[in-house]
Design a protein around this ligand. Structure first.
Ligand SMILES: [Zn+2]
Length: 160
């Protein structure tokens, strides 16, 4: 997926998550969109820094990096939500483009992808981004609304 796709995915995800967690559509909703959307968008741009430093789709496209950003807020008290941006970047690269990513790099250099991917330069790349984003928001909605016992732990996971 290209940079435009990753940024649009993260912005749409931030808006959707804002409405999922604060559905009133008032100032609290807007505040939640900004609170979540800004760090998610920053996180979504992190993996492709490896186009300049390291090996693209390997150095900053792996699960150890994601685990580090998930653990960081608990350890140091900031960088909440950035991990969601990194995760959605991986999902878009795995599901939305032809070439996969090296999830277990540097231990295992194999790149994992799905056969449904489209070429980064394809006209269908934007459509694929929207489909992936909608799927992510449906999953988030299921976590927030359909699984009440998980609601409290889900909110805690998102830091709310
Ligand atoms: Zn990428």
């Amino acid at each position: 997926m290209n940079k435009k796709g990753h940024v649009l995915n993260a912005v749409l995800l931030g808006i959707g998550l804002g409405y999922l967690l604060e559905p009133a559509g008032d100032l609290t909703t807007f505040r939640t969109i900004v609170e979540i959307g800004v760090p998610v968008t920053l996180g979504a741009m992190v993996p492709d820094i490896d186009t300049a430093f390291g090996k693209h789709r390997k150095t900053l496209h792996n699960l150890p990096l994601l685990a580090g950003f998930i653990a960081f807020p608990a350890l140091f008290g900031n960088l909440e939500y950035v991990w969601i941006g990194i995760l959605t970047h991986y999902v878009l690269d795995v599901a939305g483009s032809k070439r996969g990513i090296a999830l277990f790099y540097p231990v295992w250099k194999k790149e994992f992808g799905l056969p449904i991917g489209v070429a980064v330069s394809s006209k269908r790349a934007d459509l694929m981004m929207v489909v992936v984003t909608a799927g992510e928001l449906l999953l988030a909605a299921a976590i927030v609304y359909r699984l009440p016992p998980l609601l409290e732990s889900g909110r805690q996971l998102f830091g709310l």
